[in-house]
Design a protein around this ligand. Structure first.
Ligand code: URA
Length: 261
């Protein structure tokens, strides 16, 4: 074999071995289709001038004169949406969140927007990212069975579903507090436009976004208020898949929801 060919073959074998090693470690996808030049991104952000006088944070809006603040941009885009189609379009056009670049699809909602009950989950997983719909994987199928047991279903017009995050975090990692806060205006607008009678707050991320605190195992089953309407925190179906004994409490929560309706 000519030397060049054997070098190419070696390089290919090395690359495959490196890839195999990453797969063994648990990597199951490439995060981005196109490379992102982080050096260019950093260059576009002007470095703070250490000699500049300090602005009074009480009187100066954040990011005044600097690059646009993604949270403020999300707030403005969400507020300008006059209906659910407009909100979906505004979220699809929003460029302030890095999660969007690693996701295949925007996961906006499923079910009937006119339903009395709106479920707010955490974030899309692999199946949701592929199909562009919330709760379509294993946890979603359990969620459907749970709510069907009290006569509620997305196909039957009695449930509307969304998530705190419309894009799948890479490797299903926990979203950061900044990501949750940045995307919250979209969620708040979503709830205002759908105008459900009751919110079901599913899991810790949703509790953080809607109730301002975590600890879903303590919060679950206790009716509270979120975004100005009655809200019932519940454990996430993914947790119930791991901890089947917790289904007893989840059933009590479903009965409480049924009684309230
Ligand atoms: N878990 C969630 O919280 N939401 C989904 O859409 C899927 C899984």
């Amino acid at each position: 074999m000519p030397l060049a060919d054997s070098t190419d073959a070696d390089a290919r074998a090395d690359a495959l071995a490196a890839l195999g090693w990453q797969v063994d470690l648990g990597a199951d996808e490439a995060i981005e289709d196109t490379p992102v030049d982080r050096y260019q991104l950093a260059l576009r952000r002007p470095a703070p001038d250490p000699g500049a006088p300090r602005a009074d944070p009480a009187s100066t809006p954040p990011h005044a004169g600097g690059p646009p603040d993604p949270a403020a941009a999300a707030e403005a885009a969400a507020g300008a949406a006059g209906d659910l189609a407009g909100l979906r379009a505004a979220m699809a056009a929003f460029e302030g969140c890095e999660l969007k670049r690693g996701a295949r699809n925007l996961v906006f909602s499923d079910g009937d927007p006119a339903a009395r009950v709106m479920i707010v989950g955490e974030a899309p997983g692999r199946d949701e990212d592929l199909q562009g719909k919330p709760f379509v994987g294993r946890a979603g199928r359990l969620l459907d069975r749970m709510f069907a047991a009290i006569g509620l279903s997305r196909a039957g017009g009695s449930l509307y579903l969304t998530n705190v995050l419309p894009w799948r975090p890479p490797q299903n990692r926990e979203p950061t507090a900044d990501e949750i806060a940045m995307l919250r205006p979209f969620l708040a607008r979503h709830v205002a436009l759908a105008d459900p009678q009751i919110l079901v707050v599913v899991g810790n991320i949703s509790a953080q976004a809607l109730l301002g605190r975590r600890g879903i195992l303590k919060l679950r089953g206790q009716w509270t208020d979120a975004l100005g309407r009655p809200a019932l925190p519940m454990t996430h179906p993914a947790y119930l898949l791991r901890q089947p004994l917790a289904k007893r409490d989840a059933w009590a929560d479903l009965l409480s929801l049924k009684a309230r309706l």
